[in-house]
Design a protein around this ligand. Sequence first.
Ligand code: FES
Length: 161
Amino acid sequence: MSAMQYDPDKKTPPADITRRNFIDRVIGVAGTAVAASIVYPVVRFLLPPKSGEANVNQVKLPFGRKEIESEAKKAKTFRFGRLLGIIVLLPDGQLRALSAQCTHLDCTVQNRPDEGVLWCACHNGKYDLDGKNISGPPPRPLEVFAVNEVGGDIFVSKGSA
Ligand code: FES
């Protein structure tokens, strides 16, 4: 048996594992853990998460025309990837889909069939039913989406409306 091997009968640690070495290793492991706990959140903050919803160009609405018609405000909101959309029943019976996020500070707009406008309650911003900003602080029109009804399904897509 060599001098460096552990002899269980003597119940003594090998010569290269001293108390100082052991403490140095524990401190090294603890220091690595502390460094990782600091670096990992910073890296996660700097790298945006992958989003499977970022490039959505078309959605099938989880409701149909009857549900929109039965709403008191003749409109319903829907998720469009990371966006929130609103689909509105126009006075002539057509459906129009737009971004529901006000271009001022991103509050959700709502249909006001009594006034014939889309209204943002946050700062009294108003849009016409084509999405054009007509009064209040909104600086830009709402994005308008294309609507296609196929059978009883409603598909909303980006692109020309
Ligand atoms: S957020 Fe809509 S008007 Fe200000």
